[in-house]
Design a protein around this ligand. Structure first.
Ligand code: SAM
Length: 268
């Protein structure tokens, strides 16, 4: 399958700030005309709004020129049992986790398992991974991710090729060679277990370095058992943009390697 993004030269940024301001003013004038009594509530709402998680996400998307914000429940996406909602990894958290493997990016293919609208794909592709692959069950989210990549990959200086695969992660066949799998709380253990079993089978068929970067509140038990080696990260990721929202999740790296000493143990 052809990748959605092939690296080439830079394109110029275009964020449409003027249009955003005009739309804001037009909306405020509409309120004044239709319901003046609502104005104090409207002012209060607007004073608080910049501090909400929604506003933080939208500001980030606007700055990056992408559409990744928001939460979409699993049933709205038509997912069956075991899937969790769509929500993009907070950028600071994604960047922290990618940084754990970035020094050796050239040796690895990066796979976001449950890649949603593609935010992590774009952030990972700014490093020289062999390839960045997104595996996503929702066709609707794959479409949005492809659009995000088309509109932003060159501007964000993505240097790795990006490919999106519309597939249930349980049916995904791991590429050959060293791989990093990134999982941001995509599904419950009933789906995660077969995914992890496939990873182990792929490792047994072709022993190589496989790193599983997992950000979640629960982790499949299989990841704590041999042949996996658990590597607690030196610190837990934080995102200062999200200081108004609590995240009770934890980031852990689980490693598979033919010889333990060769794993990503010293790359952070
Ligand atoms: C919490 S979101 C993470 C999105 C993305 N990794 C990010 O951080 O921006 C989890 C994603 O997993 C997807 N998903 C759920 N079950 C899946 C499955 N069985 N196979 C592939 N994707 C799945 C959901 O549609 C959703 O987009």
């Amino acid at each position: 399958m052809a990748p959605e993004h092939r690296p080439r030269g830079r394109a110029s940024p275009g964020l449409g700030q003027g249009r955003l301001i005009r739309t804001g003013i037009e909306r405020a004038l509409r309120h004044v005309r239709h319901d003046p009594l609502q104005i104090p509530a409207l002012i209060w709402k607007n004073l608080c709004y910049p501090f909400t998680a929604e506003a933080t996400e939208l500001r980030y998307d606007r700055a990056m020129g992408i559409d990744t914000a928001g939460v979409i429940e699993a049933d709205q996406l038509g997912h069956g049992a075991g899937a969790k909602c769509y929500h993009a990894t907070p950028p600071g958290i994604a960047e922290f986790m990618i940084a754990q493997v970035a020094p050796r990016a050239r040796d690895f293919t990066f796979v976001d398992v449950g890649s949603g609208k593609g935010r992590v794909l774009l952030l990972a592709a700014r490093h020289p991974f062999r390839k960045v692959i997104g595996v996503e069950l929702s066709e609707q989210l794959c479409r949005i991710a492809r659009q995000n990549i088309r509109s932003a990959a060159h501007r964000l200086n993505c240097i790795a090729p990006i490919e999106i695969v519309h597939l249930d992660a349980r049916n995904f066949v791991l590429p050959t060679g060293n791989c990093v799998l990134f999982l941001y709380s995509p599904f419950l253990n009933e789906v995660a277990d077969p995914v992890i079993n496939n990873v182990v089978q792929s490792f047994e068929a072709e022993p190589r370095e496989i790193a599983v970067l997992y950000y979640s509140d629960v982790f499949p038990a299989r990841l704590s058992l041999p042949p996996f080696v658990t590597r607690e990260l030196p610190a837990q990721p934080r995102d200062r943009r999200y200081r108004y929202r609590r995240f009770d999740l934890r980031a852990v790296m689980f490693l598979l390697a033919p010889e333990r000493g060769h794993a990503l143990a010293g790359s952070a």
